[in-house]
Design a protein around this ligand. Structure first.
Ligand code: TYD
Length: 212
């Protein structure tokens, strides 16, 4: 199984992924939990360039190519081998993030993004994509709180409310287009409710005997 988590910055992905990882481990499922950008050593170097607050002058196409470079290294080194070994792969963001974020930033080049996504992923598509959906105002408040605890905002987290609103609606439109694999969860709900919904959705995919 290949499962991805998507949503605007501050939607609660990291928390839900760590709950979900714990659930799957307790069931004895062999899994790899990974992320984009930065799921490999080369990817971590790319991630630093992408999220550096001093790199506001990065041009949109350079940004797109860096996300795709990170992705194809990641699929080759981590995702493909894990899936071929029969493991579950849980990935924090994947090609949908490029479709939405770079789609909003570039404002055109839809076909180019789609083509690069296809090449970079070597055709590996998620079976299920969880979209943790919440209003941008709620997500930005969570980021502000995190900022006060010492975790400094990255280049994307510093963008305007209007940008994050566009990203939210971009994700909802994409989820509507790919209803077969997207599952939308309201992430303004308490953390344990969101975690329960994730478990309920996944339950039918667990090996017999491990279902909830
Ligand atoms: P993320 O790792 O989710 O941030 P954090 O670890 O701080 O929660 O993502 C970093 C940023 O990169 C996020 O703002 C979204 C952006 N991004 C894109 O613009 N395009 C992409 O293809 C990906 C994977 C991420």
């Amino acid at each position: 199984m290949f499962i991805t988590f998507e949503g605007i910055d501050g939607c609660g992905k990291s928390t839900q992924i760590s709950f979900f990882k714990k659930t799957l481990k307790e069931k004895g499922i062999s899994l790899v939990v990974t992320k984009e950008p930065g799921g490999t050593k080369i990817g971590q170097a790319i991630r630093r360039v992408l999220l550096d607050v001093d790199n506001t002058h990065i041009v949109p196409l350079a940004e797109l190519f860096l996300y795709e470079a990170d992705r194809t290294q990641h699929v080759s080194e981590v995702i493909k081998p894990a899936l071929e070994a029969g493991k579950w792969v849980i990935c924090d963001r994947y090609f949908d993030a490029t479709t939405v974020y770079q789609g909003v930033i570039l404002g055109q080049h839809e076909n180019l993004i789609e083509q690069l996504n296809h090449e970079a992923t070597l055709g590996f598509k998620p079976d299920i994509t969880f979209l943790l959906d919440c209003p941008a105002e709620v997500a930005l408040k969570r980021i502000e709180k995190r900022d006060k605890t010492g975790k400094k905002k990255d280049r994307f987290e510093r963008k305007t409310l209007d940008f994050h609103i566009k990203i939210r609606y971009g994700y909802l439109a994409l989820a509507n287009k790919h209803k077969d694999r997207f599952r939308i969860i309201d992430s303004t709900l308490p953390e344990d409710h969101v975690a329960r919904k994730v478990r309920e959705i996944i339950s039918p995919y667990l090996p017999k005997g491990l279902m909830d």
